[in-house]
Design a protein around this ligand. Structure first.
Ligand SMILES: C[S@@+](CC[C@H](N)C(=O)[O-])C[C@H]1O[C@@H](n2cnc3c(N)ncnc32)[C@H](O)[C@@H]1O
Length: 439
């Protein structure tokens, strides 16, 4: 199979004037002096299959004088020193290379081979095209994720669009190095007039970036907050708010809540700026309560009620700790037809998964008790460690047993379709959204 594939690629590439048959030849002809990161024997397959993050434990040796520096382009080679792809080197991170193209891709697109400027352009163009094909932006939605890191083959780069503002979230040294090229690509998009940067400072420190050298582009006064529309509902977004400012990942799940809210009493726990609650109210819920512990988020949530001309007798937001609110509500024997539980990331690392599982269980136990028999609970985990462990459902079953309720699974979802995931990098999957019937 491999031989036949190579033969086809050779025949194809011979028809072009830039025909080249191996990545090694491309490097030797046009990129002399490119260093080579040689993998340990037996450690190559996972990267051949597309995993982009080469951890230092997989590296046997580095060939190159002078040795590569952080941000440099390097070849990644198997134990026999034959290149399998190329990527961006980092001398301090536990991820020594982020692979950008495998050999076959580089041969198929020699213009981008070992050329990060061109590759960034190509991948961002592809991300824009994919969103267009998915109907984004549209008349009803002008906030969405344009680039989703590994899912768009640009590991470490996230770009969220809020109307005419692009928020670039950087968590990789290469993103800082190629900032002008990234901004150039985004600046060419007709709809975008402002670009803001949000940096994951802790991760960038681990990437070896000296943060004192970075000129932080703060949103200008006119762009500190922006108005956007999602599924026809308007929001004010603070560009200094949580995440990049808005949780675009729940768009399709919010729409689902809107579709089932008619005539229902709805409770939105950990509501942030009101996404689920506003959808429930727009879907003609009889009463909607949103609860969150963040004052800035609730200030925006209240502005969003007015922005959408919703009746404050039917929708309100309350600042309180989720557990305290639920315990108080239980003591008042309050019940809701639909409860949404979307807490913050409780397991930021695998190490704390067990203690986080206890927190998820306790929150869901209370949420189930507040759900009418036969009612619905939409419950979420945005912890990658929990989602990837596959244990969330059993945590929910544990909560059901402890609360004396029976649950069945109605719907299982993740982030919206503008958050693609590369199956070769399952660590990209973080959001689980499960709809339960609670008996
Ligand atoms: C994942 S976000 C929710 C996103 C929201 N559902 C949306 O659609 O935009 C988690 C929210 O939990 C809130 N939060 C964190 N700790 C909390 C607590 N102890 N009690 C209530 N809310 C809390 C945060 O302020 C944040 O708004």
């Amino acid at each position: 199979m491999a031989v036949a594939g190579r033969f086809l690629l050779r025949s194809f590439s011979h028809s072009s004037s830039t025909a080249t048959s191996t990545l090694q030849e491309i490097a030797s002809n046009n990129h002399k002096g490119t260093a080579k990161v040689v993998l340990k024997k037996g450690k190559t397959q996972i990267f051949r299959e597309g995993s982009p993050m080469v951890y230092s434990g997989a590296v046997d040796r580095i060939i190159g004088r002078p040795p590569p520096k952080t941000g440099d382009i390097v070849l990644v080679a198997d134990g026999t020193e034959k290149p399998i792809g190329w990527g961006l080197y980092n001398s301090v991170s536990m991820f020594c290379v982020r692979i950008m193209q495998l050999e076959e891709e580089a041969i198929g697109d020699p213009l981008c081979a070992l050329n990060m400027e061109k590759l960034v352009e190509r991948r961002i163009d592809a991300a824009v095209k994919l969103r267009k094909n998915l109907g984004l932006p549209s008349k009803n939605t002008n906030t969405y994720r344009l680039v989703n890191s590994e899912g768009d083959r640009l590991s470490g780069l996230i770009i969220d669009i809020f109307g005419d503002v692009a928020v670039i979230a950087s968590s990789a040294a290469w993103v800082e190095k190629y900032k002008p090229q990234i901004e150039g690509c985004i600046g060419r998009l007709d709809a975008i007039t402002n670009i803001c940067w949000r940096r994951s400072t802790e991760i960038l420190k681990e990437e070896g970036i000296d943060l004192s050298n970075l000129v932080e582009v703060q949103p200008s006064a006119s762009t500190e907050s922006v108005k956007v529309v999602e599924n026809g509902i308007s929001y004010v977004i603070s560009l200094e708010g949580q995440k990049t400012g808005f949780y675009a990942d729940q768009r399709e799940n919010r729409q689902f809540i809107r579709n089932i809210s008619e005539g229902q009493r709805v409770l939105d726990m950990c509501c942030y700026t009101g996404g689920f609650a506003l959808n429930a109210a727009s879907g003609n819920a009889t009463s909607v309560t949103g609860v969150d512990s963040s004052s800035p988020a609730l200030e925006l949530a209240n502005q969003n009620i007015a922005l959408n001309h919703l009746d404050t007798r039917r929708i309100s937001f309350l600042k309180q700790d989720a557990t305290l609110f639920m315990k108080d509500a239980l003591s008042r024997n309050e019940l809701w037809d639909i409860v949404i539980m979307d807490p913050p990331k409780l397991a930021p690392r695998k190490k704390v998964l067990q203690s986080a599982a206890g927190m998820y269980r306790n929150l869901n136990l209370l949420a189930m008790k507040l759900t009418k028999r036969g009612g619905l609970l939409m419950t979420c985990s945005c912890s990658g460690a929990m989602t990837q462990s596959g244990k969330f459902l059993s945590v929910l079953q544990g909560a059901a047993s402890m609360s004396g309720r029976k649950i069945t699974v109605i719907r299982q979802a993740g982030a919206a379709c503008d958050h693609p995931i590369d199956p070769a990098y399952p660590e990209g999957a973080y959001l689980t959204n499960i709809l339960l019937r609670v008996l």
